[in-house]
Design a protein around this ligand. Structure first.
Ligand code: BES
Ligand code: ZN
Length: 502
């Protein structure tokens, strides 16, 4: 990850200086930091920006060669758009603009960023947002690339702030760095090919990562899953040469104010199983463990932030393959909580492994239970590529939505209608895992999961199938491939819950 430091405004030894510019009626207008950049351009910054057609629109990046005699060779004007009525810029804009600037300067050594932070009224939230954006924008998954002209991320980003504010902004920058690391961890795990990240290797990585953050870990191998009666996880994992696992992680702070269980879907590759996906549907299904990766990143970040909640994470890990020993449509599974499920479609596998995880999580009677999964393609149909769907207890889904508003990761509460629940009926078992009516498919997934939650538990399910993966070219602070959404919102939720429970 790019090195990030804080320093007082000084352009010595910088390879580029990034300033924010606002959008005005006649093009780019000065925003805090302008004077230093203008001096580097020998007082011609406005003239040069006009000449280059800069408008100050959000995320617009204009490179301006500085005066030959200046201490910095390059000035970069980053558009911030229009300020709000209070003359400020939204943290989400700061995040996106910092990302766009860092991406445009890939390959440079040491880059200074002022972006509104030299403003005497810059808040800690602003500082954190710029750090998050700068680090997230520099992400690339390049461990398998050897192309000669590949441009690495910037070596060092220096946040240029007034000397007197360094002490105040340092903790905010540290927080931003920690959250960016959590997002990068999620992105790295999801972007790894399924040939390397299978249940056993994923479990090892999860245990090693969480141990470093001070969590306790437990590994359930195939035999332990048989012993524990995890019929859903065992069935889905049966068709693969890589047997299933479940990792249980615990964060136990000294004085917890509440208990939370997190369950994450860890399907390291979803072929659909015997109900095999068509060609296009197989594309990118290595990402189907993003729920487990997000939960892992969230719980380790919560531990590093010392969040006063007891958090237990359950990460069922399977590869859904159509092997000779694969589970079949028509099979009846006995789940961890004793319910029997008739399998109609082996591609509706996520709900089966989560159901076992949820049942196990509820055995400890936590105050809150949250499951996170790339559960349905229907999520994208309902809410598009950016907005996660939240189902379950209204209080919890409302809090999830609020957390997402803070972090720029939209989360929308969705209903769990009884009429859709009736589609779970089976003539031979307690419930079926699928129904041919595809209308409201995301909600049916939620209804299925709700049957495995103990009555009275505050529970929510988050379907992140679309927003967790970005198929296009980088945009804002989203890199191509895994986005790491909604890890920052989940950490925020945990912090909010701990603040309101104490
Ligand atoms: N892994 C998929 C969900 C998914 C689809 C995530 C597309 C990201 C993009 C999940 O296991 C699945 O296959 N869901 C089925 C459910 C259906 C069989 C009820 C789907 O969405 O088609
Ligand atoms: Zn599937």
């Amino acid at each position: 990850m790019t090195h990030l430091t804080l320093a007082a405004l000084d352009t010595a030894d910088l390879d580029a200086l990034v300033i924010g510019v606002a959008a005005g009626p006649n093009g780019a207008e000065p925003a805090p930091g302008w004077d230093t950049a203008d001096a580097a351009c020998n007082g011609r910054l406005r003239q040069l920006l006009d000449l280059l057609g800069a408008t100050g629109a959000p995320e617009e990046i204009t490179l301006v060669p500085a005066d030959p005699g200046s201490s910095v060779p390059l000035v970069v004007a980053a558009g911030l758009g229009r300020p709000n009525d209070a003359g400020r810029f939204d943290p989400e804009i700061l995040r996106r603009v910092a990302s766009a600037a860092v991406r445009a300067l890939r390959g440079r050594g040491r880059v200074g960023l002022t972006l509104g932070l030299v403003n005497g009224s810059a808040t800690e939230e602003d500082g954190q947002a710029v750090v998050e954006g700068a680090l997230l924008g520099g992400y690339q998954f390049d461990r398998y690339r050897r192309d000669v002209d590949r441009r690495p991320s910037i070596r060092e980003v220096v946040l240029l702030v007034p000397e007197a504010r360094i002490a105040m902004l340092t903790p905010a920058a540290d927080r931003g760095r920690l959250l960016a690391e959590a997002v990068h961890l999620t992105r790295d795990l999801v972007n790894m090919p399924a040939s390397e990240l299978h249940p056993a290797s994923f479990a090892d990585l999860a245990l090693a990562t969480s141990r470093e953050a001070g969590l306790d870990g437990e590994l359930l191998d195939n035999a332990a899953l048989v012993e524990g009666g995890y019929g859903g996880i065992l069935a889905v994992g049966a068709g693969s040469v890589h047997p299933p696992r479940m990792v249980c992680l615990s964060w136990r702070p000294p004085d917890p104010v509440a208990t939370m269980a997190l369950v994450g879907k860890g399907v390291t590759f979803d072929s659909g199983g015997l109900t095999l996906k068509p060609r296009d549907g197989l594309e990118n299904q290595k990402k189907d463990m993003v729920g487990a990766a997000s939960v892992l990143a969230t719980v380790t970040a919560a531990a590093r932030l010392n969040v006063p909640l007891t958090i237990t994470a359950y990460l069922p890990m399977v590869e859904n393959m159509p092997g000779g020993s694969a589970y079949r449509p028509g099979d009846i599974l006995r789940m961890r909580n004793g319910l029997h499920v008739e399998v109609h479609n082996t591609d509706a596998e996520g709900r089966l492994i989560l159901a076992d995880g949820l049942a196990r999580a509820c055995e400890d009677r936590p105050d809150y239970v949250l499951c996170v999964a790339s559960l349905t393609g229907a999520q994208r149909v309902a809410l598009g590529h950016r907005t996660c769907g939240a189902m379950g207890d209204e209080k919890l889904t409302g809090r999830l939505a609020a957390a997402g508003r803070h972090t720029g990761e939209p989360i929308w509460p969705m209903p769990l209608p009884e009429d859709i629940g009736s589609q779970l009926e089976s003539s031979v078992a307690d419930l079926a895992n699928w129904h041919p009516d595809t209308a409201g498919g995301m909600l049916l997934g939620g209804m299925f999961l709700s049957r495995f939650v103990t009555e009275g538990t505050s529970w929510a399910h988050l379907d992140i199938a679309g927003p967790s993966y970005h198929s296009g070219s980088p945009r804002g602070y989203l890199s191509s491939g895994a986005t790491g959404t909604p890890v920052r919102a989940l950490v925020r939720l945990l912090e909010d819950l701990s603040a309101s429970s104490s």
